[in-house]
Design a protein around this ligand. Structure first.
Ligand SMILES: NC(=O)c1ccc[n+]([C@@H]2O[C@H](COP(=O)([O-])OP(=O)(O)OC[C@H]3O[C@@H](n4cnc5c(N)ncnc54)[C@H](O)[C@@H]3O)[C@@H](O)[C@H]2O)c1
Length: 355
């Protein structure tokens, strides 16, 4: 990207794990284009530390995001708080004239997500959501293959994110109130987004059967990120949903933080001309030629930038050059809608039909 005289002025709201692990270092890589001028966290030391590590000279620190949004010379914010605050902070930021990059999931409910989309439309500002998996080389390749019709019509898919024991034990991930749910809304959201985007199918969900479980959470035991406290485990430990879209396509969603099954398991896309799977970002294509069945495996190019760096670089390019974000707010709202319906079906113990 060319150098420009006035840098994009960015603020961070919620200076925890993802801000430190992705947003701030990724903006810092673009220092010719971006400066981080404001940091906000309800734990002031976190905002202060962010400002010290990544802030431009004179960067401001806030405890209350409303005060930060009063800054006139702030172009865009990254919303990196627990899920519950994504919608109110995003809407307030858009109304205050700031573009917003909101972490995933976009919101807890479809109603909130729709309000975020509406606020972006009304203000004419950009809104995108942190689905970095779309930026992997193999996801980009599959997107091109599917868009150009090489796999035909994708009529069945599996959006799968299975962790055998990978319960996030930091932050507030186990809080129903602050996060809205467990693995389905936390990691199921990533794979459902990737799957729908690759299918290019955002038609209305018409039938949904969901089932969520809290079977292993009370038992404790080994966990990749250290033991969890069963008393604080308020959300599901696994969830599954079968969704039929108006297009006729069916999407099976599977997500777990704890399940007695080998992980990882693939995302699956089945089309009329071919199929594809993705495991840990690596794709495989299932096709046929000359009366033979054929599997294609992309050769990985070494040393590419991290997905977070690509995602943030793309976002910054969109703001500077007035391009459309790769992750559109309406698409992220559709993911939120489907996940909410899976939870609803599970809670009600029956299928939901919206025809
Ligand atoms: N894209 C990804 O793969 C990815 C990975 C991890 C987390 N996330 C998302 O990022 C968000 C944060 O997750 P995390 O792991 O960084 O959690 P975290 O708990 O480490 O950080 C959240 C921070 O927000 C602060 N905060 C809470 N309420 C606030 C408010 N009202 N105003 C300002 N600050 C507030 C907390 O004090 C904390 O420092 C979640 O929505 C999560 O789903 C995305």
């Amino acid at each position: 990207m060319p150098r420009r005289k006035k840098k994009l002025r960015v603020g961070i709201i919620g200076v925890g794990g993802i801000a430190n692990g992705a947003h701030m270092p990724s903006y810092a890589k673009l220092q010719d284009l971006v400066e981080m001028v404001a940091f906000c966290d309800i734990i002031p030391e976190r905002a202060q530390k962010g400002a010290e590590m990544y802030g431009a000279p004179g960067a401001k620190v806030f405890k209350d995001y409303q005060e930060m949004l009063e800054m006139k010379d702030l172009d865009s914010v990254s919303v990196c708080t627990p899920n519950k605050f994504h919608a109110p902070i995003t809407i307030a930021a858009l109304k205050a004239g700031k573009h917003v990059f909101c972490e995933k999931p976009m919101a807890i409910t479809a109603e909130e997500a729709d309000k975020m989309v509406k606020a972006a439309k009304e203000t004419g500002l950009k809104l995108s959501v942190g689905y970095q998996s779309r930026f992997s080389d193999d996801a980009q390749l599959l997107k091109q293959m599917i868009s150009s019709g090489e796999l035909g019509e994708i009529y069945y898919s599996e959006a799968t994110s299975i962790r055998r024991r990978g319960v996030p034990t930091w932050g507030v991930f186990l809080s129903k109130e602050l996060q809205g749910g467990g693995p389905l809304i936390d990691i199921g959201t990533h794979v459902l987004d990737l799957t729908l985007w690759l299918m290019g199918d955002y038609s209305k969900p018409v039938s949904i059967l969901g089932a969520s479980y809290k079977k292993l959470a009370p038992l404790g035991g080994y966990n990749a990120w250290g033991p969890w406290d069963p008393k604080n485990f308020e959300v599901e430990d696994s969830a599954f949903g079968l969704v039929r879209l108006e297009s006729g396509a069916a999407v099976m969603v599977k997500a777990s933080w704890a399940l007695n099954m080998e992980d990882p398991q693939p995302i699956i896309l089945c089309g009329t001309k071919g199929g594809a799977s993705i495991v840990d970002g690596s794709a495989k294509v299932y096709t046929q030629a000359h009366n033979r069945l054929l599997n294609l495996i992309p050769v990985q190019s070494p040393g590419r930038d991290s997905l977070y760096n690509r995602e943030i670089a793309y976002w910054v390019d969109c703001l500077i050059n007035n391009k459309e974000p790769l992750v559109k707010a309406e698409e992220a709202a559709q993911v939120t809608r489907i996940l909410e319906l899976i939870y609803k079906s599970s809670d009600e113990g029956k299928a939901i039909n919206l025809i």
